[in-house]
Write a protein that binds this ligand. Structure first.
Ligand code: NDP
Length: 273
């Protein structure tokens, strides 16, 4: 019988994870079954327990259960603890292990796939939700010159930066305080693009030669990417690479075999026009 994995979320119908893991399994000759589980909002623990009791080996966890996934772990790895959320679970005898690969995946997509150096870069992160929280430490580990977090709810941004402890390179502000400061890398980690909205940034945030990265994927040229292009950003990307890279990390964690990501990213990419 194939080893069983799944993505659990609500909603989950749109998830590309079964396709991605199916492609990884075919490419690496791994015998797995990977499904989607639409979980009732009040039934996460029961759903995970049932999947595990039926022999499930691991789960990807998506909105809105990443916090609960961390809470039910018996062993939380550092990235999940630091992010305060888990996006992958692994089951072994007596253990529920929690990991979070979102931040690592963003960094890998930026640096390896897109050739955007982060060392010494001025980085602007839009948003202060779960995705940004997970991205902060992996981004800082690349030694940027500065990392600014901007959010509508400034209290949330302050909390996220405060949790970093003493970190002189990181600070936060409201959109109205961005002023004329310019950035080499601007990452939209908000959900604004899901609704075709533009976070209220001035076009001047993009330094000449900037990279603009949209965590939302599959939406083509979003208002954020359009603004970036008009402002002269030279590299535009959506979050499909991040999605595939976090899936590859989970696959490697579960199976001990690393799949190639480039062919899968190429297959899923939507033109940014
Ligand atoms: P959350 O719901 O936790 O946070 C949403 C954030 O977006 C908040 O900071 C919110 O600001 C901000 N926001 C929403 N609408 C607007 C707007 N119109 N203008 C400015 N800010 C806005 O979501 P997540 O952090 O979990 O995810 C954010 C996005 O990243 C999602 O859309 C998701 O699809 C994407 N994502 C992609 C991944 C990938 O692999 N490519 C992985 C994880 C996430 P406020 O606090 O002020 O309300």
């Amino acid at each position: 019988m194939s080893d069983r994995y799944a993505v659990v979320g609500n909603p989950v119908a749109h998830s590309l994870s079964p396709l991605i893991h199916g492609l990884f399994a075919a490419a690496t000759a791994q015998d797995i079954e990977y499904t989607k589980i639409e979980c009732p909002l009040d039934g996460f623990e029961e759903t995970v327990a049932r999947f595990r009791a039926e022999g499930g080996r691991g789960l990807n966890v998506t909105v809105p259960f990443k916090l609960q996934a961390l809470q039910m772990a018996t062993r939380a790895h550092a990235a999940a603890r630091e992010a305060g959320a888990a996006n992958a679970l692994r089951f072994s005898e007596g253990e529920i292990e929690a990991e979070n690969f979102d931040g690592l995946a963003l960094v890998r997509d930026l640096t390896r796939n897109l050739g955007t150096p982060l060392a010494g870069a001025r980085v602007l992160l839009l948003g202060a939700g779960g995705a940004v929280r997970g991205a902060l430490r992996p981004l800082l580990a690349e030694r940027p010159a500065s990392l600014v977090i901007v959010n509508r709810d400034i209290g949330k941004a302050r909390q996220v930066v405060g949790e970093l402890g003493h970190e002189p390179r990181a600070r936060c502000c409201g959109y109205g305080e961005l002023g004329a400061e310019r950035f080499d890398v601007v990452v939209d980690g908000t959900s604004a693009s899901l609704r075709g909205e533009l976070p209220p940034i001035p076009a001047t945030v993009f330094a000449p030669g900037a990279t603009a990265y949209e965590m939302v994927y599959g939406k083509g040229l979003t208002p954020f990417l359009l603004l970036a292009r008009q402002a002269g950003a030279v590299r535009l990307a959506d979050g499909v690479g991040m999605l595939v890279e976090q899936a590859a990390e989970a696959f490697t964690w579960w199976r001990g075999v690393r799949p190639a990501t480039a062919p899968v990213i190429e297959r899923l990419a939507v033109p940014l026009t």
